[in-house]
Ligand binder design. Structure first.
Ligand code: SAH
Ligand code: SF4
Length: 358
């Protein structure tokens, strides 16, 4: 049975025509799905009961099963572990999303997954350790946003204000579904999110960056760089062997012509690996002539990787070298550390060693 959040307008029109329903009914249904984001057909009060039954028999409003919802002690971070419906090839798969409330509650950001697992295996990433299960559909991505939105409305009084594709998976390797989901988030008849409030984070897949440039969407782009030179980057990000820094920066200069937003580089700091004065200076050199901001993320320790986050003075020293060179650099402290809010961690914890722990 279909997931209604996956169905584009045309598909919906077809259903309403076949069911002999007038066109305005379709608009009402669309508003329940995407503007009000309800999870239950019974709430669709302006639709006749017979139509609600037909819609329920033809598709689902939610397909993800909530397995775990954890909230940090301060209540500002919530993290979900869902299970996807089973598919014949991979069965059920874990999917995570995180809601982070910041800036005196003015910013309510949901971090969504674009895949269950990830094929790229970055050494410090718990999702990478899980391996690839499957691509998520556009509807499964929207569902993560809508569920977090509902939670934010209940607990913070206001819904989601920002969406980042920074959960499990590489969004540019599932670009078609990500485009469909992100377009729907920007739909003025849905959530109506402005492009400034939507960020895609990529490991740095050059072909995907070019395709995104050609799609002309003007969302924000974050690139997970993690090292200023090829050989060091390959150690942290195995995919860098296939997608070298030179090609990445060529793709970024192409992208820059299409977008008005500065690119953000994410740089996960690992003590004694990529956080020294030498790396900071090399990074300054690499980013010369490329308007960008840098987001420094002290490593969030994960099982299976022996690296540690650098002590705070080392983080500050790295940040200062960038700032003195005129590169805006912020330090992102991991939110919700007490609930394993970092990428892939809850899924990893959940999958191994006891796969069916509630
Ligand atoms: N695949 C995309 C988006 C998901 S990962 C990408 O790599 O950009 C989102 C961000 O979390 C990336 O910058 C990633 O490097 C970072 N990340 C993953 N594991 C981390 C960890 N243990 N500590 C700190 N940052 C981590
Ligand atoms: Fe995949 Fe991103 Fe994790 Fe790397 S950091 S394994 S690209 S999710």
């Amino acid at each position: 049975m279909r997931h209604w959040l996956d169905v584009p307008r045309e598909g919906m029109a077809e259903f309403f025509q076949t069911a002999g329903e007038p066109e305005y009914r379709q608009r009402q249904f669309f508003a329940w799905l995407h503007a009000r984001r309800v999870a239950d057909f019974r709430e669709m009060l302006d639709l006749p009961a017979t139509l609600r039954e037909k819609l329920a028999a033809a598709g689902h409003l939610r397909v993800l099963t909530e397995k775990v919802l954890r909230r940090s002690a301060d209540g500002l971070t919530s993290k979900w572990l869902y299970h996807t419906p089973a598919t014949p090839s991979v069965g059920v798969s874990p999917v995570e999303s995180v809601l982070i409330v910041e800036q005196g509650r003015r910013r309510r950001t949901v971090c969504v997954s674009s895949m269950a697992g990830c094929p790229l295996g970055c050494v410090f990433c718990a999702t990478g350790g899980l391996g690839f299960r499957r691509d998520l559909t556009a509807g499964e991505m929207l569902e993560q946003v809508y569920r977090a939105d509902c939670h934010a409305r209940e607990n913070q009084g206001e819904g989601v204000s920002h969406v980042v594709f920074m959960g499990m998976g590489e969004p540019l390797l599932n670009l078609e579904a990500v485009l469909a989901a992100a377009d729907r988030l920007g739909d003025p008849q849905g959530l109506g999110l402005s492009g400034r409030r939507l960020t895609l984070s990529t490991v740095g897949y050059p072909e995907g960056i070019r395709r995104l440039a050609e799609a002309r969407r003007n969302w924000r782009l974050a690139v997970s760089l993690h090292a200023p030179r090829q050989e060091l980057r390959e150690k942290l990000v195995p995919a860098a062997r296939r997608w070298p820094l030179v090609e990445l920066f060529q793709a970024l200069s192409y992208y820059r012509q299409a977008s008005s937003h500065a690119i953000t580089f994410e740089y996960c700091l690992v003590d004694r690996v990529n956080a020294g004065v030498g790396e900071a200076r090399e990074l300054v050199h690499l980013l010369q002539g490329c308007p960008a901001r840098v987001n420094l993320i002290p490593l969030n320790p994960v099982d299976g990787f022996s690296g540690r986050p650098p002590p705070p003075p080392v983080v500050r020293r790295f940040q200062n070298i960038l700032r003195e060179a005129g590169i805006p650099a912020t330090v992102r402290m991991e939110k919700g550390g007490d609930i394993n809010a970092a990428c892939g961690q809850l899924g990893g914890e959940f999958l191994a060693p006891t796969p069916d722990k509630p």
